[in-house]
Design a protein around this ligand. Structure first.
Ligand code: PLP
Length: 454
């Protein structure tokens, strides 16, 4: 029997993060100040981020060393396995070889602690005592709670209300790791109170929760803000995923033809594909695909423009594919994909046509997740189901064209806290939301006027 799991040892955990900015044919447009529209300076970012992360945000160095204490904590669960989904291949009767990188083996259950550990470390080094953040699915909040606990920091998490209600045990997990978690919008911030006054029954959104966390950090002593996706340093810190995959594919004597990740803010996709992008830019790399929900289709239906990173307009303007910062997506179960924008680095790749994008409805995503669970055994997160859907679709195409392609997707997280969503799917209660164009057009009318066109 052939090995289906390609396992590395702790010494294979990368020693440096790969910074895609060093290899892009044009720079990622700078973030801009939300009030003035001018490029943000490191000084502008100092009230909420430590210097080391600010430097990483603007760096164009190709490699940035991973500090020893960060590698030591990553070694709690890294390197993660690359697994050949042989049972799924057989079920699909495809000649394609399907591999998944299992980021679901981390203690919180996803790729998110790869950056949470680094961010907590740099904040600790800078003398910060407390970190505020938002969470959609709860995976990021749990990851930051875990990382803060490892480094002895306090942690306050604003969790998007619809997810808070869908999966209360994510809150329990955050509390287990010593964090405080409230439903967002909350009464704890001006931003939250203002939104509750307008719409007391709002489902909340990542954009709203970010506004709350940024306000919290800006108004509390010794408190910084931490973001689980979107920013350049976050995407870069996820590159440990793709760097390990490179080694693992080499061991399996494979060259990837197609690489796939689901995309909310873009960080797990970035982590998987960034170390392969240079090859694709040079014309001999894999086809790269981002998968997003049809209910929140920033890459496939959004506009490439400067927009606020949050709903209240407090976070910097980012150059990204956006649905408009006031866009509130339908309450789909993939809470981590309910973000109005997309990482500037990932957006630029799509703009440069290096990265394709596909949108899928949640029933189609869950159908794929259930097929994965019934063949490979693991229950995927609803976000991850989006990537699995497209991996399956590509494998089916291979069956029809008899092509033996190598397909690699990022298994961004497990769905053990999402069984309520699976219950809904299995009992036929899951709805697909058709997103009217007017919802996007209306939100795009509110794009900031003080930034240059892209
Ligand atoms: C399991 C999982 N996958 C994917 C995502 C989407 O985030 P990103 O696009 O930053 O990877 C999330 C976000 O919460 C998540 O929890």
């Amino acid at each position: 029997m052939d090995d289906t799991r390609i396992i590395l040892s702790a010494k294979d955990i990368p020693h440096a993060w790969y910074n895609l900015a060093s290899d892009l044919p044009q720079p990622i447009p700078p973030h801009r100040h939300p009030m003035t529209g001018q490029p943000v300076t490191p000084d502008d970012m100092k009230p909420i981020f430590p210097d080391a992360l600010i430097m990483q945000e603007v760096s164009t160095e190709r490699w940035i060393e991973i500090p020893g204490p960060v590698r030591e904590k990553l070694a709690i669960w890294r390197p993660t396995p690359l697994v050949r989904a042989i049972q799924l291949e057989r079920h699909l009767k495809t000649p394609a070889r399907i591999y998944y990188k299992n980021e679901g083996v981390s203690p919180p259950g996803s790729h998110k602690p790869n950056t949470a550990i680094a961010q907590a470390y740099y904040n600790k080094q800078a003398g910060i005592k407390r970190i505020a953040t938002e969470t959609g699915a709860g995976q990021w909040g749990s990851s930051l709670a875990f990382a803060c606990d490892l480094f002895g920091l306090e942690c306050k998490v604003y969790m998007v209300r619809v997810s808070y209600e869908q999966k209360p045990y994510r809150r329990s997990l955050m509390q287990l790791w010593g964090a405080t978690c409230v439903a967002s919008p909350s009464k704890d911030t001006n931003a939250g109170r203002a939104i509750l006054a307008k719409d007391p029954n709002t489902t909340g959104s990542l954009g709203i929760a970010i506004s709350e966390a940024v306000e919290d950090a800006a108004t509390h002593d010794n408190t910084n803000y931490s973001l689980g996706s979107v920013l350049n340093h976050v995407c870069m810190q996820q590159s440990v995923i793709g760097l390990e995959v490179k080694k693992q594919l080499a061991l399996a004597e494979e060259t990837p033809d197609i690489m796939i990740g689901c995309a909310g803010g873009g960080s797990n996709l970035a982590g998987l594909i960034f170390p392969f992008v240079k090859d694709t830019l040079d014309g001999h790399g894999p086809k790269l695909i981002a998968v997003e929900p049809s209910a929140c289709p920033s890459l496939t239906r959004g506009k490439y423009a400067y927009d606020f990173g949050d709903t209240a307009g407090m976070a910097p303007l980012a150059a990204m594919f956006t649905l408009g910062h006031s866009f509130v997506p339908a309450g789909i179960h993939a809470g981590g994909l309910r973000y109005h924008g997309m990482a500037p680095s990932v957006s630029l790749l799509h703009k440069l046509k290096v990265l394709d994008a596909v949108a899928v409805h949640q029933n189609a995503a869950f159908e794929a997740g259930v097929m994965f669970a019934r063949t490979e055994g693991i229950c995927p997160a609803p976000e991850t189901n989006h990537a699995i859907r497209v991996a399956i679709d590509e494998a089916i195409k291979c069956r029809e064209t008899r092509q033996e392609k190598c397909i690699v997707f990022n298994f961004s997280g497990h769905g053990h806290f999402d069984l309520g969503a699976y219950d809904n799917y299995l009992t036929g209660k899951l709805e697909d939301f058709e997103l009217p164009q007017a919802n996007i057009d209306n939100a795009l009318k509110e794009l900031p006027a003080n930034a240059p066109a892209l």
